[in-house]
Ligand binder design. Structure first.
Ligand code: UT7
Length: 330
């Protein structure tokens, strides 16, 4: 029997503060009706003053470890997928390692934007092929509100903050990761980016005045890319896993836009009860999107052991990827 990477525990955390479409109507030239019709989003959680990535990450991580019945000292590696770390360095994964007291774990951040969680899952799967690694904590967390220009109606309505975490281990059973796929098209880097704050444009008074520390996005182009890539990646993941669309028990898409999700559901002929959707109250949480959507689905509905979960994401880079995970521990 071959060894599989199994999901041992899941947890999430959302900041308490909620930003509604009605509040955004007072901030930019938009309407609740436009936002709901064009995106499906009604409200999103955003951090309060002083609240940062590691505050959300540590809560999600503690819940995932509790769910997995593991002690932080058992962790061999911590990966935090994020585009909005506490600070450029040290990595948020190292900050989290200290907060958890997980002193036996190596720690690094992974930058793949909204695809970050499935990228990190894929990395964890590869590390777990090695006898040196037995337990890996993967956190997807973004405080997108920290890089949002709340005078830009094209972007400020879309995003929210939050963290999701999963602990992975090894098993010889049937449940676990059946297939993964990650990829990138770096030529699309300017479609979703933050111009300043790195070595290309270090922070100066001028970069701040020009609002270059906020994310910039070409929504239309990303929309087209997303619709196409979600179809391609889903197909490839299922083929690799030896499954068909009929075998999917739950689809957990990146929560960017309801219209992108509906188009994928139509193509795969998936009924609503087989799709995890939380963007109406969370918006796009970037790297936190998929694990939080999965965790919230499982709070409401049960998923039998052996259920096939298809996860697919896309984001800055441009990056894309996904995984098929057979749910359960055996
Ligand atoms: O994780 C990856 C992150 N990014 C994404 O996933 C983004 C994917 N893209 C999208 O979700 C959509 O492209 C958006 C929701 C961003 C935009 O929807 P759209 O249907 O592509 O609208 P549009 O950009 O074509 O804009 C249509 C109109 C424009 O007005 P004009 O030029 O036709 O007069 C926009 O200025 O809607 C206007 N508009 C708004 N109006 C009211 C754009 N944002 C808003 C707004 N409220 N918030």
């Amino acid at each position: 029997m071959s060894m599989r990477t199994q999901a041992l525990g899941l947890g999430y955390y959302l900041p308490e503060r909620i930003l509604t479409n009605q509040e955004l109507e007072k901030m930019v030239d938009t309407s609740d009706q436009w936002i709901v019709e064009r995106t499906g989003i009604r409200e999103r959680h955003i951090v309060g003053p002083g609240e940062k990535n590691s505050d959300l990450s540590v809560e999600a991580a503690r819940r995932a470890l509790q769910d997995a019945k593991l002690d932080p000292l058992q962790l061999d590696l911590i990966i935090v997928a994020t585009a909005s770390p506490d600070m450029p360095f040290p990595s948020t994964a190292c900050i989290l390692q200290a907060l958890l007291g997980a002193k036996n774990a190596a720690a690094f951040d992974l930058a793949a934007g909204c695809t970050g969680f499935v990228y990190a899952m894929t990395v964890a799967e590869k590390f777990l092929l090695s006898p040196d690694y037995n337990y890996i904590l993967v956190v997807g967390c973004d405080v997108v509100s920290s890089v949002i220009d709340y005078t830009d109606r094209n972007t400020c309505i879309l995003f929210g903050d939050g963290a999701g975490a999963m602990v992975f281990g090894k098993s010889e059973g049937k449940c676990g990761i059946l297939s993964t796929k990650i990829g990138a098209d770096g030529t699309g880097g300017q479609l979703l980016y933050m111009p300043a704050g790195g070595s290309a444009l270090p922070a100066t008074h001028e970069t701040v005045e020009k609002r270059l520390h906020y994310l910039r996005m070409n929504g239309n182009e990303i929309f087209k890319f997303a619709t196409k890539i979600v179809a391609e990646v889903s197909q490839e993941l299922l083929e690799k896993a030896g499954l068909t669309y009929d075998d999917i028990d739950l689809f957990v898409p990146h929560q960017a836009n309801l219209r992108i999700i509906l188009s994928a559901m139509r193509r795969m002929k998936l009924p609503p009860e087989k799709v995890a959707i939380n963007l109406d109250h969370c918006g796009n949480i970037s790297a936190g999107s998929i694990p939080v959507a999965l965790a919230q689905y499982l709070e409401k509905y049960s998923l039998k052991s052996g259920a096939n979960i298809l996860m697919v994401a896309f984001g800055t880079g441009l990056t894309y990827g996904g995984a098929v995970l057979r749910w359960g521990r055996d």
